[in-house]
Design a protein around this ligand. Structure first.
Ligand code: GRF
Length: 194
């Protein structure tokens, strides 16, 4: 069972998944492997980590395409070379077209740095602080056509502490993301037959 991970930046969630896959020997336990990492940015830090761990990498620059539809069509083509059972968005900072989402219906997951359904979109940590939230967190969810909406698969909660900045809160949440996302992917895979 092939997994394809999409990133745009540092790829720390991607790294956590790759590490879990190798340390927990997903090839044996889940008959699964991270087959490829795809980035829309050539300088995404995560690409180097993937290469060092023997995983195929692909770069597809969205700026080279005239429209979102054209980019997504090309992206699907790249992804489908690996025939994935699961496509994992891990800090992939492009909004995906309904056509793309439909093509991967039921096999596309994302991690969002808030306790959904609160704070969809960007700047989630600052917005949680500004709202006076006592708790913040992250959510793994299935991707549907609407942004940051879709069945919730897992959530992790952290306290918002006095004096928190968006940065300090983000760092606290990210630690939980790295524990939660690999587990949520493993749970998803273990529920798939075969
Ligand atoms: C994470 O906070 C994730 O929840 C959000 O973007 C960030 C990506 O970080 N979607 P990384 O690239 O996995 O380090």
């Amino acid at each position: 069972k092939n997994i394809v991970i999409l990133i745009s930046g540092s790829g720390s969630n991607m790294a956590a998944i790759i590490q879990a896959a190798q340390q927990q020997d997903w090839a044996k336990t889940l008959n699964a492997r991270v087959a490829a990492v795809v980035s829309n940015k050539a300088d995404a830090k995560g690409l180097e980590f993937a290469r060092q761990h023997g995983i195929a990498t692909e770069v597809l620059d969205h700026k080279a395409f005239a429209s979102r539809e054209a980019f997504d069509a090309a992206l699907s083509e790249v992804i489908d070379q690996y025939q994935p059972v699961l496509v994992v968005l891990a800090g992939f900072m492009r909004i995906l077209t309904p056509g793309f989402v439909g093509h991967y219906a039921g096999r596309l997951v994302n991690i969002h740095p808030s306790l959904l359904p609160a704070f969809t979109g960007l700047h989630t940590h600052q917005r949680a602080i500004d709202a006076g939230c006592r708790f913040a967190g992250a959510t793994v969810h299935e991707v549907t056509a609407e942004l940051d909406v879709g069945p919730i698969l897992a959530q992790a909660v952290v306290p918002v502490l006095p004096g928190d900045t968006a940065q300090s809160l983000a760092a606290r949440v990210l630690v939980q993301e790295h524990a939660m996302y690999p587990q949520a992917v493993a749970d998803w895979l273990s529920k798939q037959a075969g």
